[in-house]
Ligand binder design. Sequence first.
Ligand SMILES: CC(C)(COP(=O)(O)OP(=O)(O)OC[C@H]1O[C@@H](n2cnc3c(N)ncnc32)[C@H](O)[C@@H]1OP(=O)(O)O)[C@@H](O)C(=O)NCCC(=O)NCCS
Length: 165
Amino acid sequence: MVKFLEGEKICLRPLIESDFEDTFRWLNDREVTKYMRWNLIPQTLKKIREFADNFKGIFLAIVDEKNDKHIGNITLDIDWVSKKAELGILIGEKQGCGYGSEAIKLLMNFAFNDLKLHKLYCGSCNPAYNRIMEKLGWAREGTQKDHYFTEGEYKDINLWGLINE
Ligand SMILES: CC(C)(COP(=O)(O)OP(=O)(O)OC[C@H]1O[C@@H](n2cnc3c(N)ncnc32)[C@H](O)[C@@H]1OP(=O)(O)O)[C@@H](O)C(=O)NCCC(=O)NCCS
């Protein structure tokens, strides 16, 4: 298997053909996507492929090192002029096992140490995601009130940023 970045429990690798079917399954699972903007919007395999193919930044599969199983995806949408990138992540299998935290840490280090980006940012209403940002020392940059409708109610989005200092 081609490994792009290697951690302890997981590694990050470029996408392969079977990853699209996994992603198709996860993005149409309303429990998995309940904090994502795709929730309640069915996704076709074609649309997912096009999104990945047209993605200009970094798009990697998250793989469990124990059994080489694809468990999620992680992205960096890069603005090369301002040297900043928006982080996106989806753990489709085995949420709550520390895989998300490790994947984010790995890609953060790569973004700052190898790509020499100046800033990373993201926003979410997912309590687990917000906890990870706090744990990894990202700064809370603001709140978008009632920005996202999920589980029958409007939720606030926490905005997070981290400067490479
Ligand atoms: C959000 C996501 C990336 C987290 O990854 P994960 O592997 O499930 O999370 P981890 O196990 O690494 O860590 C989760 C942390 O949040 C905490 N947590 C989980 N649920 C929580 C909740 N409801 N409230 C507060 N903290 C919570 C966990 O205890 C853990 O913190 P700890 O390490 O201090 O114990 C993953 O669940 C996911 O991809 N979800 C679906 C897509 C999504 O919502 N993406 C992000 C928003 S766009």
